[in-house]
Design a protein around this ligand. Sequence first.
Ligand SMILES: Nc1nc2c(c(=O)[nH]1)N[C@H]1C(S)=C(S)[C@@H](COP(=O)(O)O)O[C@H]1N2
Ligand SMILES: [Mo]
Length: 223
Amino acid sequence: MHDKADKLKKAKVPQVTVREEFKHRLPPGQMLTERFPILHEGEVPVYDLSEWRLDVFGEVGTERSFTLEELQALPQTTVTCDIHCVTRWSKFDTAWEGVRFKDFLALLDVKPEAKYVMFHADEEYETNVPLEDLLRDDVLLAFRYDGKPLTDKHGFPLRMVVPHLYFWKSAKWVRRMEFMKEDRPGFWERNGFHNVADPFREERFSGEALPIPEDEWTKKEFD
Ligand SMILES: Nc1nc2c(c(=O)[nH]1)N[C@H]1C(S)=C(S)[C@@H](COP(=O)(O)O)O[C@H]1N2
Ligand SMILES: [Mo]
């Protein structure tokens, strides 16, 4: 009985204490969790993988469309990184496998004028990231998390992982990449969130702070 009560308690407050030597890895205003919260707008998409494509368009010489098999045949990398959600949870040492964005970019005919990327994802999600940010070695088109294929709720079959920005910049269920000359705000960026989103500078909001209760994330679904 005690056990069950403890488990429920743990589920309610999934926050853990950060050891002194890791404190520098926790951005200001963040709380550490060992669970994996699930956050998104809309429904979890269901795919017919034979129809699934990743499309590349915008400031490119040639538009491209990749099947999942084509993407999975590319050289893959493992990245272990910390992730930080604007709703205040952070998770350390998350392990992802996939194709480096940089390696993917090398296959594309992107025009030199392209300076930003809009990630278009299901369900009608969009987020914008400067191309320069995506050239870091730890930015992935990820197929796998923690040694297993992504679960539906975490973005199966393909999501972005852009670890140095708040996690809303890491689109789950990504379907289209648009290369752009000019920056344009994505879904959250149009709805009061910061355009840059550096967690160590606490770039949460573009104007006034949005009224998100500090414990809201603890009430969401978790793995
Ligand atoms: N397609 C899509 N991707 C998305 C979102 C979304 O609503 N739709 N939410 C973002 C937000 S706010 C966060 S914190 C992370 C959550 O990823 P997770 O559910 O794997 O923790 O996904 C990001 N990517
Ligand atoms: Mo988020």
